[in-house]
Design a protein around this ligand. Structure first.
Ligand code: SF4
Ligand code: SF4
Length: 66
């Protein structure tokens, strides 16, 4: 599973990008995006997704629908 960033809510503050242990967050054309193939939901590294933890916007980063 992976997380995704809701572009409608993201303010592009950049806080999440350096926190990702798998370097799965990048900026594409000014939009922050999570690589679904790289994101591990921080499994094995942290108790909960670090991007969600640091993102100041509630509901901005959610689980990618299967
Ligand atoms: S859940 Fe973890 S691995 Fe996935 S994008 Fe967020 S910080 Fe990176
Ligand atoms: S921390 Fe949240 S609001 Fe900031 S760039 Fe990341 S997803 Fe967007």
């Amino acid at each position: 599973m992976a997380m995704k960033i809701n572009a409608d809510l993201c303010t592009a503050c950049g806080d999440c990008e350096p926190e990702c242990p798998t370097a799965s967050i990048s900026v594409k054309k000014g939009l922050y995006v999570i690589s679904a193939s790289g994101c591990t939901e921080c499994d094995g590294e942290y108790d909960k997704p670090q991007c969600v933890k640091v993102c100041p916007i509630k509901g901005c980063i959610t689980q990618l629908a299967a």
